[in-house]
Design a protein around this ligand. Structure first.
Ligand code: UDP
Length: 235
């Protein structure tokens, strides 16, 4: 199969790393994702990954902790995911670099845009962790920001438990209708809860295409990179 894209940002939620238990890291699940990334990487696609942290901590959920502090805790969670993901990829023989938006140079290199691009050109998978480095943002916004910064062709938003964007939550409404194509404007005007509005606006303003797809199907990541018509296309 031939890849459709030259350079991608894959956004993985923290939940995707957690497997069935829903929290923490399930190494077998991470390995399954990593093996698909390895295949994509071997096709010659310049691959970067923005990793979430909701399997450890979500800033907005901790009502008794100062929001900014809580968000920093969330960002640290993404670094743990990044390390686990890096380890699995390297174990499979894929060269990687983990970058953090909050400096912790004993653990990983700091986020430096030009360096990230150079790594991609040198065929290394780049994992972006610690979000944007700022509280009050999300890792979806990070994906939009990094995609704009590194001039990615597309953002692939991998979702657990759902295979695209629906007009209402398919977990609660069995008549929910899935969209094949959408615009960012429609996401905002219909208040579809697929990404936060900051991330949606950033993608819209910078005209970054997005594909929302499910990762529960085996090989869905490879399929989406090869242009198979799955999930929802947003332009
Ligand atoms: N976070 C943040 N700034 C960022 C990215 C993330 O403060 O730029 C914090 C925020 O508290 C968030 C948590 O990190 O809830 C984990 O990220 P996110 O919820 O986006 O992870 P996901 O839902 O993708 O697992």
């Amino acid at each position: 199969m031939n890849p459709k894209y030259r350079r991608i940002v894959l956004k993985l939620s923290g939940e995707a790393m957690a497997g069935e238990q829903g929290i923490g890291i399930d190494i077998d699940t991470v390995k399954q994702i990593a093996s698909q990334i390895k295949s994509i990487h071997e096709m010659g696609v310049e691959t970067s990954v923005v990793i979430g942290g909701g399997n450890f901590w979500r800033g907005r959920d901790a009502l008794t902790i100062d929001r900014a502090t809580s968000d920093y805790m969330g960002m640290l969670g993404t670094v743990m995911n990044g390390l686990a993901f890096q380890d699995c990829l390297e174990e499979m023989g894929v060269t990687t670099r983990l970058q953090t938006a909050i400096e912790m140079k004993e653990v990983a290199e700091p986020y430096i845009r030009r360096r990230a691009i150079r790594h991609l050109e040198k065929n290394r998978v780049v994992i972006f962790s610690a979000g944007t480095g700022n509280p009050f943002f999300s890792t979806d916004t990070t994906a939009a920001l990094r995609a704009a910064e590194i001039d990615a062709d597309v953002i692939l938003l991998a979702k657990k438990g759902v295979d695209g964007i629906y007009d209402s939550d398919p977990k609660f409404n069995k008549d929910a209708k899935k969209f094949d194509n959408l615009t960012y404007y429609e996401i905002l005007s219909r208040e579809l809860k697929i990404m936060d509005s900051t991330a949606t606006s950033l993608c819209m303003d910078n005209e970054i295409p997005l594909i929302v797809f499910g990762i529960d199907e085996p090989n869905s990541m490879i399929d989406v990179v090869c242009g198979k018509d799955i999930g929802t296309n947003v332009k």
